[in-house]
Design a protein around this ligand. Structure first.
Ligand SMILES: [Cu+2]
Length: 310
């Protein structure tokens, strides 16, 4: 066998190995199909393997996000209702709690100018209900981030449209500092495609570091990262939690995430201080790309982060 052919066979072997490892424990996977790899469980797909980020699909793994309507009158509060239908075609009623909630509902404007992190209530029969106001005409994206009982965590996305004239805003320029409500939040760390990236967001008020952040949904901060261009939804894992004996209540909040590609991402940090939850947002461009990953064991070791949301 010549060298390229041998290399090809080796990579193919790796792909099969990875496919098999991911497929284990997912009875619903059809033999022969490559199971979807979430970005945080495998560093990079092996050659020929596709990896679809979360949030881009309205239906995945047999689960479908089903809103009663996707047209919402701008500027008016509506009782927005939806179900998640399961592989059996019926509304899902069993959910695993993650970050203190059974389901997290994120709504953004498609130009990434607006962000709302909501927690719908169960209205019975698998239906979810949440008061929703889309402030202005335009295109929006709603994400349901949940973990069905007996299934893997997943995030489904659907477009919501608010009729009327609108002008999309340009993506804010990349910046390492942002302000919200008198708080200054500073970002340290870089997003590196294909590698686990560590991000630390530090909160200050009136020039002084905030060291008494309050737990919100079991953490000192919640970070949602969306890719500019298609709003791919990235899972972000907080490093440590309140009360674990090693995680300080600020000023720094540390997260790990992995971005699937070069480009710009919009980060939204929810944090709580003085009894109020605020959202700080940043545009971040990826740094130097990592060396092409060959699917070696080093990065497969991050599988320990699998199964968590956010
Ligand atoms: Cu939430």
């Amino acid at each position: 066998m010549n060298t390229p052919a041998r290399l090809g066979a080796y990579l193919l072997g790796l792909a099969v190995l990875f496919g098999g490892a991911l497929g284990a424990g997912r009875a619903a996977d059809t033999a022969g199909l490559t199971p979807q790899a979430t970005p945080h469980t495998t560093a990079s797909p092996a050659p020929g393997e596709t990896s679809v980020p979360e949030g881009l699909q309205v239906s995945n793994n047999g689960y479908t996000l089903t809103p009663r309507t996707t047209t919402v009158e701008p500027g008016q509060e509506t009782d927005f209702r939806f179900t998640v239908t399961g592989p059996d075609g019926r509304p899902v009623t069993g959910y695993q709690v993650q970050h203190e909630k059974k389901l997290h509902f994120i709504v953004v404007s498609r130009d990434l100018g607006g962000f709302w992190h909501l927690h719908p209530r169960e209205a019975g029969g698998g239906e979810w209900s949440v008061p929703l106001t889309l402030p202005a005409a335009g295109a929006y994206r709603a994400f349901a981030d949940f973990s069905p009982e007996g299934g893997d965590a997943l995030t489904l996305g659907v477009d919501l449209l608010a009729p009327g004239d609108y002008r999309p805003a340009a993506l804010p320029a990349a910046s390492r500092t942002t302000t919200v409500d008198g708080y200054t939040v500073t970002l340290d760390g870089d997003l590196t495609p294909g590698a686990l990236s560590k991000l630390t967001l530090s909160v200050a008020k009136d020039g002084r570091p905030v060291t008494d952040l309050q737990p919100y949904l079991g953490a000192y901060g919640h970070l949602v990262a969306l890719r500019d261009g298609d709003l791919a939804y990235l899972h972000v894992h907080p490093d440590g939690e309140p009360g674990d004996g090693r995680t300080a209540a600020g000023p720094g909040i540390t997260f790990y995430t992995e971005v699937p590609s070069r480009g710009a991402y919009r980060l939204f940090l929810d944090f709580q201080h003085g009894g109020v939850v605020r959202t700080a947002s940043f545009t971040v461009r990826t740094g130097q790309a990592a060396a092409p990953a060959s699917g070696t064991g080093e990065q497969a070791g991050h599988g320990g982060h699998g199964g968590h949301a956010h």
